[in-house]
Design a binder for this molecule. Structure first.
Ligand SMILES: NC(=O)C1=CN([C@@H]2O[C@H](COP(=O)(O)OP(=O)(O)OC[C@H]3O[C@@H](n4cnc5c(N)ncnc54)[C@H](O)[C@@H]3O)[C@@H](O)[C@H]2O)C=CC1
Ligand SMILES: O=C(CO)COP(=O)(O)O
Length: 351
């Protein structure tokens, strides 16, 4: 009987990775429809002289990335990524997008041929030839298994605390989508399955760039109307990007949690917004602020802006996306933060 149960592994144990471990571990214990033990890959580090894996396995808490939340005892931390992935039927990949390519290359020889993956990572990947790929495509290329996505308005600490929210799963495989939903959905974390996988993922990456712009606006003291304009013009660019480069999706997809809802929550409550506000107020650079403010957590927005500019440059289309361009130029210190206003004022929306 137990041989037939599917085995789940979680690759990543940051703020969101640990939250997903909490949800999935509890669901598996409750429903018993998957193999009970879940290996969770932890990028090893020392905390007050103790290994983070030992802290998680002994105290059932990720004291660094999700303090204050108990992880179920069927979640077992493992510092070896290949060992974590071995024998898994379902790989939940929840790493900051900067680390996906390298981590996947380390585990690729251990992957079951019948396995599939779900990516929770928001961002793009630029390879050495400056070609831009979706993170799900990198996972698929490296591991040679299908990769679906889960994106939504999901500030991890709130999800871990159990306040109501929702997410969008992108999958065109009915059977796999139902397995993902069964594994992740709870009464407080509702899942909607949609087939527009690529656009769902792209929205998750692009909204982080708009959140950086929202943070700049807050740092400049512009108030709620300006921030609403940033959000609206940012959404317009997100929609345009999807229409130009991922045509054929259902237009209602922008109204799902992966679209407008994730954009709103990140522009108000996210790390990208917070650090961008501090960037304007303190004059420190993004890397310094990330280290000072996030205790090891990683920002995705400034890198995503650089990745999107590579993409747009290769298509000769930077001029159609002035907000994305301005965010990148401000992060790189080629543009004064206050000139964000010029990008808004002269937006193609008003031509
Ligand atoms: N935190 C949140 O509220 C949400 C995050 N996401 C997305 O989920 C993804 C993962 O985010 P989080 O779990 O929050 O991560 P995080 O921001 O907490 O990142 C830190 C994680 O990266 C690991 N790490 C550091 N250096 C590494 C290396 N060289 N190789 C591998 N791992 C390394 C750390 O050990 C830690 O587990 C991101 O793409 C993020 O955009 C999505 C929804 C919500
Ligand atoms: O993706 C997120 C919420 O859905 C988290 O956004 P931040 O990375 O800006 O905190």
């Amino acid at each position: 009987m137990s041989d037939k149960l599917k085995r789940v592994a979680i690759i990543g144990s940051g703020n969101w990775g640990s939250t997903i471990a909490k949800i999935v571990g509890n669901n598996i214990k409750k429903f018993g429809t998957f193999e009970n033990e879940i290996k969770m890959y932890v990028y090893e580090e020392m905390i007050d002289g103790k290994k983070l894996t030992d802290i998680i396995n002994q105290e059932h808490e990720n004291k660094k990335y999700l303090p204050g939340h108990k992880l179920p005892d069927n979640v077992v931390a493992c510092a070896d990524v290949a060992e974590s992935a071995k024998d898994a039927d379902i790989l939940l990949i929840v790493l900051p997008h900067q680390f996906i390519e390298r981590t996947c290359s380390t585990m690729k020889d251990q992957i079951k041929r019948t396995a599939f993956a779900v990516s929770f990572s928001k961002g793009f990947y630029v390879n050495k030839d400056k070609k831009v790929e979706l993170i799900s495509a990198v996972i698929n290329r490296q591991l040679d298994i299908p990769c679906y996505v889960l994106m939504g308005a999901n500030i991890a600490n709130e999800v871990a605390a159990g306040t109501f929210c929702e997410a969008t799963v992108g999958s065109r495989n009915y059977e796999h989508a139902q397995l993902i939903k069964g594994l992740i959905q709870t009464d407080e974390f509702r899942i909607v399955i949609k087939p527009d996988t690529e656009v769902i993922e792209v929205l998750g990456a692009l909204k982080n760039i708009v959140a950086v712009a929202a943070g700049f606006s807050d740092g400049l003291g512009f108030g709620d109307n300006t921030k609403a304009a940033v959000i609206r013009l940012g959404l317009k660019e997100m929609v345009k990007f999807c229409e130009e480069f991922f045509p054929g999706h259902h237009p209602q997809i922008f109204l799902e949690s992966c679209g407008v809802a994730d954009l709103v929550t990140t522009c108000y409550g996210g790390r990208n917004r917070r650090v961008a506000e501090a960037f304007v107020k303190t004059g420190k650079d993004i890397k310094t602020l990330e280290e000072e403010m996030l205790n090891g957590q990683k920002l995705q927005g400034p890198d995503a802006a650089a990745e999107v500019m590579e993409w747009l440059k290769s298509k000769g289309q930077t001029n159609k996306f002035p907000l994305f361009s301005a965010v990148h130029d401000i992060c790189e210190r080629r543009l004064e933060p206050k000139l964000l206003l010029e990008a808004l004022r002269h937006h193609p929306e008003y031509w």
